[in-house]
Write a protein of this length. Structure first.
Length: 155
């Protein structure tokens, strides 16, 4: 990590009574710099917190918003939680992955799109919904997917 990211993480730690409480925002800072969180970055973060790398890895692998592998230019989170599932998110995910010729969790071979299955994204009133490049879209139908991908690609 860059020195400024390391310093920002150390400054974050001072905002909390327990420095470990700053772990999630610290991981966001590291990911913003690097684009994802490979093991060596997780190790660096662990060292800054004085904890074991596997403790950092447990957090990274628990949350959908952290990535251990490089991600595509456009990131699509597909909510698979209850409200979205009841309104057809499984079928939407299937169709989206079919169009992109990938499986959930994968990145297209041209590096343009990554599709991540997610837990509730707090927009249940828009079910079935997705987060496309951090923008909430929904309720969606299969017929919206071509336009959605085209729009994301031109963003
Ligand atoms: S269940 Fe999909 S946004 Fe809440």
């Amino acid at each position: 990590m860059k020195q400024e990211t390391r310093e920002a993480i150390l400054a974050l730690q001072k905002l909390y009574p327990e420095k470990r409480s700053a772990l999630i925002p610290a991981l966001h800072l590291a990911q913003n710099e690097v684009g994802y969180l490979p093991q060596e970055i997780q190790n660096e973060v662990a060292a800054l917190f004085g904890i074991e790398p596997n403790e950092v890895n447990a957090v990274v692998t628990f949350y959908d918003m952290f990535y251990e592998k490089p991600i595509g230019k456009h990131l699509i989170h597909v909510c698979k939680n209850l409200s979205c599932m009841l309104r057809g998110s499984d079928q939407l995910m299937g169709k989206l992955c079919q169009k992109l010729q990938i499986k959930p969790g994968e990145t297209t071979s041209d590096g343009r799109f990554t599709v991540i299955p997610s837990e509730c994204l707090a927009a249940c009133d828009r079910a079935p919904m997705m987060l496309v490049n951090e923008k909430v879209v929904g309720p969606l139908q299969e017929s919206d997917l071509d336009h959605l991908l085209k729009e994301a690609d031109h963003a």
